[in-house]
Design a protein around this ligand. Structure first.
Ligand SMILES: *[C@@H]1O[C@H](CO)[C@@H](O)[C@H](O)[C@H]1NC(C)=O
Ligand SMILES: *[C@@H]1O[C@H](CO)[C@@H](O)[C@H](O)[C@H]1NC(C)=O
Ligand SMILES: *[C@@H]1O[C@H](CO)[C@@H](O)[C@H](O)[C@H]1NC(C)=O
Ligand SMILES: *[C@@H]1O[C@H](CO)[C@@H](O)[C@H](O)[C@H]1NC(C)=O
Ligand SMILES: *[C@@H]1O[C@H](CO)[C@@H](O)[C@H](O)[C@H]1NC(C)=O
Ligand SMILES: *[C@@H]1O[C@H](CO)[C@@H](O)[C@H](O)[C@H]1NC(C)=O
Length: 829
């Protein structure tokens, strides 16, 4: 087939269009229906059969796939989705470019099953010679990705590269010229407000294109085949707005905007502030999901189709918290005519949040004007980073991707790939039977499948080239839908806690497993870091005294963690302030022992110590049997390397529990956790808040107050009144001494968590000795057996197993290999 013939077809397909809307006539206009053996009409355009496009392709022998359209729902029923081309190796399209300048690249994806090829689990990268468009991209529903790049050579090469042992696929592709005036070189920056130059060299990815106050405008009503979606789903508050529509009023002729900038159907409708009285003053706000770490080109479209007279509409326009257009008067922007389309471009600061907000609100500086504000259309386009990438992964990495296993665990700050792998295997081996059944039967979150959904998964949320997917390698991803279902759509009545990170809901998975669902506050960047830490930590540490992570969800930029549900809430709530019945001394000691064991495991159970950093009674949770589990690893840090003695870091933690040495020297060791745990011990004993400003001055700080009495040897004076007369003096003495040592001024003088654990065990035994013979308590007095180990408590394992025969799945203080040998033992039972 000759080139000339091919050209003819492109021109023919344009011809039909020319009649339709005196449209822009793209010089380059490649439309290919991949995998299809016949041409496909979509609206007024024809996507040619794959067989006419083979000359552009470096691997024409690739697999062509065809579906019978069975699984395609009505909203996704584009004829382009019936076939696909599957790339099993890196492959290039090379398109001759007749007119340099900006071009659309639109990629159509609709994964379906084809023989042994699973497109919904495919992972791949797409790049041009200069820009990375997609990396480790996975898509599980119909979607169109739209990019625009300025082509400055006479060809455009688009490379599809499967991630290691995966495949790439494509249902259709468009490479089409864009009118030069659509994206000019200039825009304004947001903060400070200055001129921005350099849009020419930018690759842009369309994040969202919105028709405010009106319905979807389909590509058939747009001269550049763009689709505009309604704004309803982005409105932060649907009250206080109204739709306006006056399409006939739009006057293009006198304005800067042309129908190519945005169609009449976009400019002719608007979302308007619905002011109820002359004093109304509120913003109308829309919120969009974005990837942090990138700049965005935000284009506002305005057209005053609401005013009855000139100079009667003044309003402010904001991006996030910045005012970008104060006291905007649309009637002065054109030659004193109303309803003239106008647009304005802004380049955002590099975002730290995963949400971008756009607001309009009435001007308050202009007097005697009825409050009002409008917006007609909005486009948000992601800009490439300094490495020319739209994903954070740079070009070299992407193009060498086919051989190397790029993207695996790049973002994991602790733990090498092997350890993660082990932890994952470990997780599946040591889950309880119930959990096993859940994994087996629930397709909702199969362990190793990646359920990316759209381009806004965590995986692509990289602020720079050094991090890639944080989460994609920890397989417990749970679909957002399942989380919604489990929590009755985040029912406020199901909230069981609120923290800095967000709200915690109780919930029930479809198999009946009770869970606690922690939903991150999407706007907090610190939250994102803590979210990642927590997933990393909990994926690596499995222990019966650490709260288990059941899964997480990062779809739609959510940060949701799903934990095992702890029936009895926090230790704190059982000590004071909640009216719950108070716990007995033995129960309290057991809780202390359990949490000490969890912390001891954190400090020693892994090659590198992990420091919790936020040990407090609110982070110790109790299950239905009052068994303690340490929770909340959001602030955790791995401890010193062998050759260092501390981790230097900004002070974090909770007031009243903070290690004064850490505070002074900003140096973090495991001993900081020991200090905080000492405070918890006194809290358990005295059942009062660690800081209580309502008390007389010398009593405000529990640690100081309790230490004063401990040093006088009169600790019994300040214990919880419900315990008076119920603690055996020996047990109390041991307990008091242990807590005192934990609170030593200098970390070196504090015991290790292993020592603390042992001492608490001892205090528990001393207590049990007194109630021996109590018919209600069958526990055995083991003090006799304990003695030989008293001088040998470095080996905590021995001590622990001496006490607790049932602890086969308790992994205190054992190395990874020990974990496995123990595991094998317990499996054998
Ligand atoms: C499909 O398009 C090709 C190339 O543009 C053209 O040669 C062919 O005649 C078309 N086939 C049909 C059935 O329209
Ligand atoms: C494309 O880039 C070239 C070189 O930077 C510039 O001269 C040209 O105006 C650009 N065209 C568009 C449409 O951005
Ligand atoms: C505005 O129009 C959309 C559809 O285009 C509709 O869903 C929405 O309810 C309307 N809003 C108001 C406030 O009338
Ligand atoms: C294009 O817009 C007009 C006017 O709103 C509407 O009547 C028509 O149905 C639209 N066509 C398509 C294909 O959306
Ligand atoms: C509107 O939003 C801006 C930016 O967030 C804020 O500074 C301003 O106070 C808001 N105005 C009102 C009335 O809420
Ligand atoms: C986008 O990539 C181009 C190279 O194609 C580069 O010149 C430009 O600086 C990049 N943009 C940003 C914002 O770094």
């Amino acid at each position: 087939m000759g080139y000339g013939k091919f050209e003819l077809v492109w021109s023919l397909s344009i011809l039909g269009l020319a009649f339709f809307c005196s449209a822009f006539d793209p010089v380059d206009n490649y439309l290919i229906d991949c995998g299809s053996d016949r041409n496909t009409s979509v609206g007024d355009r024809v996507f040619v059969s794959d067989k006419f496009a083979l000359r552009f392709l470096s691997t024409p022998q690739d697999v062509l796939a065809n579906t019978a359209l069975k699984s395609i729902t009505s909203s996704d029923d584009s004829p382009l989705y019936q076939t696909a081309r599957i790339f099993t190796e890196s492959s290039k399209y090379t398109f001759p470019i007749r007119q340099q300048g900006r071009h659309w690249i639109r990629l159509y994806f609709f994964p379906f099953a084809y023989g042994s090829y699973s497109m919904s689990t495919a992972k791949f990268s797409v790049s041009t010679e200069r820009h990375v468009l997609l990396s480790d991209f996975n898509v599980n529903k119909a979607s169109v990705k739209e990019f625009s790049v300025n082509v400055t050579s006479d060809s455009l090469v688009i490379t599809f590269t499967p991630s290691s042992s995966s495949l790439a696929f494509l249902n259709a592709i468009e490479v089409v010229s864009v009118p030069d005036q659509l994206i000019t070189d200039d825009a304004s920056t947001v903060a400070p407000s200055e001129k921005f130059q350099g849009l020419f060299s930018q690759a842009l990815e369309t994040v969202v294109r919105v028709n405010m106050g009106g319905p979807t405008v389909s590509f058939e009503n747009d001269t550049l085949w763009r689709t505009w979606v309604p704004d309803q789903s982005f409105l932060v508050n649907k009250n206080g707005v109204k739709n306006v529509s006056n399409i006939a009023a739009v006057k293009y002729s006198s304005g800067v905007a042309t129908p190519d900038i945005a169609p009449r159907t976009v400019y002719g409708t608007a979302t308007q502030m619905d002011a109820t009285d002359p004093n109304s003053n509120f913003n109308v706000t829309w919120e969009f999901d974005v990837d942090p770490g990138f700049h965005y080109l935000v284009r506002f479209h305005f057209c005053d189709v609401v005013s009855k007279a000139l100079n009667t509409l003044y309003f402010n326009v904001y991006i996030d918290s910045w005012i970008v257009a104060p006291d905007m008067d649309l009637s002065t922007l054109s030659v004193n005519t109303l309803a003239v389309p106008y647009y304005k471009d802004f380049v955002t600061v590099s975002t730290v949040s995963n949400k971008l907000r756009v607001s309009i609100g009435p001007s308050t500086d202009v007097q005697d004007i009825y409050p009002n504000a409008i917006l007609n259309g909005l486009e948000i386009m992601k800009m490439n980073n300094s490495m020319g990438s739209l994903t954070g992964v740079d070009l070299q990495v992407t193009s060498s991707n086919s051989k190397k296993n790029v993207g695996v665990i790049v973002g994991v700050s602790i733990g090498v790939a092997i350890a993660v792998g082990l932890a994952v295997i470990f997780f599946f081996m040591c889950r309880k039977r119930k959990r096993m059944a859940l994994l087996g039967h629930s397709k909702a979150w199969s362990p190793f499948s990646i359920n990316g959904g759209n381009s806004h998964t965590m995986g692509s949320k990289c602020s720079n080239g050094t991090t890639a997917s944080i989460a994609s390698n920890y397989g417990y991803r749970i679909p957002f839908l399942a989380v919604q279902e489990a929590t009755n759509n985040f029912d406020e009545n199901w909230v069981i806690g609120i923290g800095g990170f967000g709200k915690v809901y109780k919930g029930t998975l479809s198999d009946g497993t009770k869970v606690a669902v922690k939903r991150g506050n999407p706007r907090s960047q610190q939250g994102l870091a803590e979210f990642q830490t927590e997933i990393e930590m909990l994926s690596q540490f499995r222990h019966r005294h650490l709260v288990s992570l059941i899964g997480y969800c990062d779809e739609k930029n959510e940060m949701i963690l799903i934990y095992e549900y702890m029936e009895n809430g926090t230790l704190k709530s059982h000590l004071y302030g909640s009216g719950l019945p108070s716990l007995g001394w033995k129960e309290r000691l057991e809780i202390c022992v359990g949490s000490a064991r969890g912390l001891h495991y954190l400090h020693t159970g892994y090659a590198k110590a992990v420091i919790h950093r936020d040990v407090k009674s609110a982070n110790i949770l109790l299950d239905e049997n009052l068994m303690a589990k340490v929770a909340d690893f959001g602030l955790s840090k791995t401890g010193p390397e062998i050759d260092q003695t501390h981790v230097s870091t900004a002070v974090k933690g909770s007031f009243g529990y903070l290690d004064p040495e850490y505070f002074r020297r900003q140096q973090l060791t495991e001993k900081s956790d020991v200090y905080s745990f000492g405070v918890v011990l006194f809290e358990v004993l005295c059942a009062r808040p660690v800081i209580d400003p309502t008390l007389p001055r010398e009593m405000v700080n529990l640690a100081e107050w309790a230490m004063k009495w401990q040093k006088k040897g009169q600790l019994e004076q300040i214990i919880d009144s419900t315990l008076v007369g119920k603690i055996r003096p020996d047990s109390l003495r041991k307990f008091g001494e242990t807590a005192e040592k934990c609170l030593a001024d200098f970390g070196v003088d504090r015991p290790s968590m292993g020592d603390v654990l042992w001492n608490l065990e001892y205090a528990l035994q001393l207590q049990e000795a007194v109630i021996q013979g109590d018919p209600e308590d069958n526990s055995t007095n083991m003090i006799g057996e304990l003695s030989p180990q008293i001088n040998n408590f470095n080996n905590v394992d021995t001590a622990v197993s001496g006490f607790e025969v049932s602890s086969v799945d308790d992994l205190s203080g054992v190395s990874m290999s020990r974990v496995f040998s123990q595991l094998v033992k317990s499996e054998g039972r």
